[in-house]
Design a protein around this ligand. Structure first.
Ligand code: AMP
Length: 422
């Protein structure tokens, strides 16, 4: 028997209301802030991720799903959402639009990770990107959106962790200082950090191994190395967050797992779900568009994991709004009644009334059992007598009361207001 590949899951019908709720809320919030939806392909040229997320990161070195298509092109399943958005921004000349351009996306992301709670090989991200403006109000804006999104879902925001990792002018001096510090403790580093020390020293700071964390405790802080422009930018971001009454905590070890970040980086965690990692991660990426061959174009954004959000909602026992929707099951007995039932179902659907049609040659009892298991509120029953008289039996599946009505009376009865039980 085949199973869904390890680290992936089916989103079953009973899960769909959660997904719908989260995606609708994401869309609603984006529209409030003037963000427009962008869908990018599930796969891209693998170089798009390899160049921007960059070697030395887990995503590029260990986690990308890379394959050659039949034409020999090297492709990768979408490993993250930001680089594809920037690629589309350039490809469609969005730099000619008034800047900044505000975009959002919702879609699957693929990473070959070790599956565990909150970590899957296929997960879904909702993300926002503002491209084409370096104004620190936009850093505050995307943090504000991410927080409003979580709060509007009913998730308590535990903490917003904030840091600045500088720019190409000041970051290299800091990285050198970091390397010098870590080189003094090279005997204590885990094998991964030995590699990071050479390939991606910033990532040393968020290693979870306790011996490496001890080294991080005493490491130099990036805040002491920021150039005046980065300092001013970071101060302004904090000032705007304060103006919006958004609480945050400084975390000088926050560096994020993707290489393209510059200046502001942030993560948002929710209460009780620290185990599965951050719900939201983001930051500024002022060099990314240039790396892709565009003019220097500043940008900032975030991504959030929908699976993690739904899991948090469930563990908070959040109630999701349930829109009452009436379901009607169409039962029939006999060959002529089957045709009459098909016609009536079709008419009702044209009038916007949802109808699930019975199939096969089952007994009425068995059809009504199916109606019950589908949670139908009503069943319409058509037999030979109803065919002859042009009528139908409308049965209330909750009270089990039924009456014979003309076809137009059935339509009128079903288009009335929904009742409490549905
Ligand atoms: P990143 O693209 O790594 O910045 O991740 C953005 C967000 O996506 C994270 O904050 C998580 O909520 C979610 N996420 C990242 N990786 C995974 C994964 N393997 N499984 C589930 N969610 C993930």
């Amino acid at each position: 028997m085949y199973k869904a590949p390890r680290g992936t899951s089916d989103i079953l019908p009973q899960e769909q209301p959660w997904w719908k709720y989260v995606q609708e809320e994401a869309t609603r919030i984006c529209l409030l802030y003037g963000y427009q939806r962008l869908n990018t392909p599930i796969f891209e040229d693998s170089g798009l991720f390899a160049r921007t997320v960059a070697g030395g990161t887990d995503i590029v070195d260990k986690e990308m799903y890379v394959f050659h298509d039949r034409g020999g092109q090297k492709l990768a399943l979408r490993a993250e959402g930001t680089a594809p958005v920037c690629r589309a921004y350039l490809e469609h000349g969005m730099f000619n639009l008034p800047q900044p351009v505000r975009l959002y996306y919702i879609g699957p992301t693929f990473r070959y990770e070790r599956p565990q709670a909150g970590r899957y090989r296929q997960h879904h991200q909702f993300g926002c990107e503002v491209v084409g403006d370096s104004d620190p109000t936009l850093d505050a804006e995307v943090i504000d959106i991410a927080r409003s999104f979580l709060l509007s879902l009913g998730l308590p925001v535990l903490s917003i962790l904030l840091n600045s990792i500088g720019c190409r002018l000041c970051q290299p001096t800091y990285v050198e200082a970091l390397k010098r510090h870590y080189s003094n403790y090279s005997d204590r580093l885990c094998p991964d950090c030995e590699v990071r020390l050479v390939r991606n020293p910033l990532r040393l700071l968020d290693c979870k191994e306790s011996s490496c964390q001890e080294v991080a405790e005493t490491s130099p802080r990036i805040s002491d190395y920021l150039c005046p422009d980065c300092q001013n930018h970071f101060q302004a971001v904090q000032q705007y967050l304060e103006a919006l009454a958004i609480p945050f905590e400084m975390d000088y070890r926050l560096v994020r797992g993707l290489d393209y970040y510059t200046r502001t980086v942030f993560e948002i965690q929710t209460q009780g779900e620290e185990r599965q990692g951050a719900l939201v991660g983001g930051g500024r990426y002022d060099n990314l568009i240039e790396q892709l061959g565009g003019k220097p174009t500043p940008a900032v954004g975030f991504a959030s994991g929908i699976e993690r959000i739904i899991s948090s909602l469930k563990s908070q026992q959040a109630d999701i709004p349930h829109k009452p929707r009436r379901t009607t099951f169409m039962a029939f007995m006999g060959t002529e009644a089957r045709i009459a039932a098909m016609k009536l179902a079709s008419q009702l659907r044209s009038a916007g009334i949802p109808v699930i049609a019975a199939s096969g040659d089952r007994s009425l009892k068995s059809q009504l059992r199916q109606a019950n298991s589908l949670g139908a509120d009503y069943a319409i029953i058509i037999g030979e007598r109803e065919v002859t008289t042009g009528s139908a039996v409308l049965r209330d599946m909750v009270s089990n009361k039924q009456e014979t009505l003309t076809l137009s009376e059935v339509a009128a009865a079903l288009s009335g207001p929904t009742t409490a039980n549905n």
